[in-house]
Design a protein. Structure first.
Length: 327
């Protein structure tokens, strides 16, 4: 980053207000199969999203505008030029930070979506834990038949990664702990797998959320899971390589005995022995643990994560200890 910060910010802000997409067209009309897949993935059983009078979940707004690997018609060169300038400034990494959506009317099967995207703002240079860079915000106005049906604001951080000295013990990425999920991670640190329960309707949910997606209640308590479950689905990770991980390893979607699902590693067997339906049991593993005599700071750096070990005695996999997954 050779040029001055003010000069660079001025160059970047030239792109504020420029279109990133003009009259973009959704790859597919709003349709029931995509709505069904979305609801199954989210565990959303609201009857409003099924049947002949179904509407699309509001949070699917962005899904109908995504261009896929081949992109979409209507895209301009302004956004690519802005990204290229940030790359030249050393901001070669990117992370999505947040989005905001406004809904004006429900989308229904058969609706043909058209959208315009504008580069709304480019921040001055900011310093974050990831590195220094610029926040870029785009606004997408979604229309059907000329009528505005929703607005989607999406913000990314395009940054230059911080240079860290090489470590003898690469640290694992830390989970993002906030006011909505802090209770879950406190339970993990105590060796307890806690599941949220709505006190309004009794529905269990995971991941932790501020409100119930069944009845909308904001009141909740917790129940402690038995830790028993089965592999509902899984993938084997080969890439990208990362110093704190040892690919290949299996990442599973675990269905707990209580009925909720969570993502974690399947351990205790080689990655190629993992199968859908395998019974598993939670195990709390400690990572980044240094010598006991290293002091309180080292102890505070210990990371505890819930992983799921295949239950011993399962036919075809018992005793087959091999390369184990890493969260």
């Amino acid at each position: 980053m050779t040029e001055g910060s003010d000069e660079r910010t001025a160059r970047l802000r030239v792109y504020e207000g420029q279109p990133a997409a003009v009259s973009g067209v959704g790859r597919d009309p709003v349709n029931l199969p995509m709505i069904r897949h979305w609801c199954e993935a989210m565990g959303d059983t609201d009857p409003a999203y099924r049947g002949p009078d179904a509407v699309a979940p509001p949070t699917m707004l962005q899904a109908w505008t995504m261009g896929g690997l081949s992109g979409h018609l209507g895209r301009t060169g302004a956004y690519d030029e802005l990204m290229a300038l940030l790359d030249e400034a050393g901001c070669t990494s990117v992370v999505a930070t947040d989005c905001e959506q406004e809904y004006l009317r429900p989308l229904r099967p058969g609706d043909e979506v058209v959208f315009d995207t504008v580069i709304e703002s480019v921040s001055e240079r900011k310093t974050t834990k990831l590195g220094t860079g610029h926040f870029v915000t785009t606004r997408t106005d979604v229309r059907v038949g000329g009528d505005l049906v929703g607005t989607h604001r999406f913000r990314i951080l395009k940054y230059a990664p911080r240079r860290r000295p090489p470590a003898d013990h690469p640290r694992r990425p830390r989970p993002v702990v906030n006011r909505d999920n802090a209770g879950f991670w406190e339970g993990v640190a105590e060796g307890r797998l806690l599941v949220q329960r709505c006190t309004g309707c009794g529905t269990l949910r995971h991941p932790w959320l501020p409100g119930c997606n069944s009845c909308g209640s904001l009141d909740w308590d917790t129940v402690e899971s038995s830790g028993e479950g089965t592999v509902y689905s899984y993938v084997v990770m080969h890439h990208p390589p990362f110093p704190a991980f040892d690919p290949p390893y299996a990442v599973g979607l675990i269905e707990l005995a209580e009925g909720v699902r969570m993502v974690s590693n399947v351990v205790g067997v080689p990655y190629d022995k993992v199968r859908i339906g395998l019974p598993v049991r939670v195990e709390f593993r400690r990572y980044d643990r240094y010598d006991e005599g290293a002091g309180d700071s080292a102890a505070a750096d210990v990371l505890t994560l819930p992983v799921f070990r295949v239950v011993e005695g399962v036919e075809g996999v018992q005793g087959a200890e091999g390369p184990e997954g890493r969260v």
